[in-house]
Design a protein around this ligand. Structure first.
Ligand code: HEM
Length: 347
């Protein structure tokens, strides 16, 4: 049974300043190379502007806007959501695991309570939702469990089945893919999916990651980051709508400097890797953060470091990321920035 109520005023969602303070700046060094960069989750990272990483599921001031955007994308394109029949138990497992996580880290706004054998009550005060459900009973939820929980977290979710010593992406709700297609990849193995990425096969990065993921234990979540550049604050840059955003990569080369700094964003994904306790599936959470260069530049160590990484990045990696045509300008833009440039460029 679903009850909706008026969301509480002042839900505790932080102001837009949180987007800078909570930004997971991804460059620990002046040069970037692919690596099996996994570390235990729930460890706070202090940055030059603030901190990130305390929780597996992160809620910020974009919460409602991003969930609205996801709902629109799903309504327009059903292929962003798939649960192959053998993944139904994993979808329930993912939903309950995320509700537990939200209850533990945002107890004022999210509450999960057991009400009997396999029956639960879920309350999301930000969205004004109260839901009673029976674990495993689809009739007790308004929609399929994976889709239900992705309408309440900013993270995209992929679920991987482990069989015959391999991992397969057999379920997910992915609306904010960075230049790949969930609908195309669903059913593919972890190794096949990483086929297009340069270097990583030869350097053993992906086979090491595969071995690591196959040994992942419940209740020991890990995380990693990945990054690229995106024009505008556009979450959905998936392959199926390339015609909508691809031309911006050309056009951005000709815009004036102030527009360039406003529109080019460093896009960072914080990806969590979690072994689900009941089904044994691996849950892959992708949380996307974006910061325009003109805000990034206001944090001096980030300005210098991002410029160095962008200009040093080998051409094959820059090409694969789709940034080869404007990464050098982005580096120069960052190097030339002074506090006065933002002051005169206006809001
Ligand atoms: C791309 C590594 C886990 C799906 C990539 C890239 C790297 C990488 C280095 C290239 C990114 C870029 O240059 O922007 C890893 C590592 C992982 C991991 C080390 C685990 C430790 C996963 C999982 C999935 C996944 C669990 C499941 C969906 C993808 C996809 C791409 C990608 C769809 C884009 C591929 C394309 O171009 O079509 N990954 N990854 N990754 N990864 Fe992973």
């Amino acid at each position: 049974m679903t009850t909706t109520f008026e969301p509480t005023a002042g839900t505790g969602v932080p102001s837009a300043d949180d987007l800078l303070a909570g930004f997971p700046f991804p460059f620990p060094e002046d040069r970037y190379r692919y690596s099996t960069n996994v570390e235990p989750a729930r460890t706070t990272v202090t940055t030059a502007a603030g901190r990130w990483g305390a929780a597996v599921v992160d809620i910020d001031s974009e919460y409602r806007a991003e969930l609205d955007r996801r709902a629109m994308i799903l309504a327009a394109d059903p292929t962003r959501h798939a649960v192959l029949p053998h993944m139904v138990p994993a979808a329930w497992d993912a939903m309950l695991t995320l509700m537990r996580e939200l209850d533990a880290t945002h107890p004022d706004q999210m509450q999960l309570r057991t009400t009997g054998t396999d029956t639960w009550s879920w309350r999301n005060e930000i969205l004004g939702i109260e839901q009673h459900f029976r674990y495993g009973d689809p009739a007790s939820l308004p929609e399929e469990p994976l889709r239900y929980i992705t309408s309440q977290v900013q993270e995209d979710i992929a679920l991987l089945d482990q069989r015959n010593d391999q991992l397969y992406v057999d379920a997910g709700v992915v609306t904010f893919a960075a230049d790949w297609s969930f609908g195309f990849d669903v059913g593919m193995s972890f190794l096949e999916i990483h086929g297009p990425v340069p270097r990583i096969r030869k350097e053993g990065v992906i086979t090491r990651a595969h071995e690591f993921l196959k040994r992942l234990q419940p209740h020991q979540p890990y995380r990693r980051t990945n990054w690229t550049l995106t024009i505008d604050r556009r979450l959905d840059v998936s392959t199926e709508i390339y015609h909508e955003w691809g031309p911006d990569r050309e056009a951005i080369q000709r815009v004036p400097d102030d527009e360039f700094g406003r529109r080019v964003h460093l896009r960072v994904e914080v990806q969590h890797l979690i072994r689900l306790p009941d089904s044994g599936a691996v849950m892959f959470l992708i949380r996307t953060y974006m910061l325009p260069l003109d805000q990034l530049a206001t944090v001096e160590p980030w300005r210098r470091r991002a410029a160095d990484v962008l200009s040093e990045l080998p051409a094959d990696m820059a090409d694969y990321k789709g940034i080869i045509k404007f990464r050098e300008r982005a580096a120069e833009w960052l190097r030339a920035w002074t506090p006065a440039s933002t002051a005169t460029a206006g809001p």
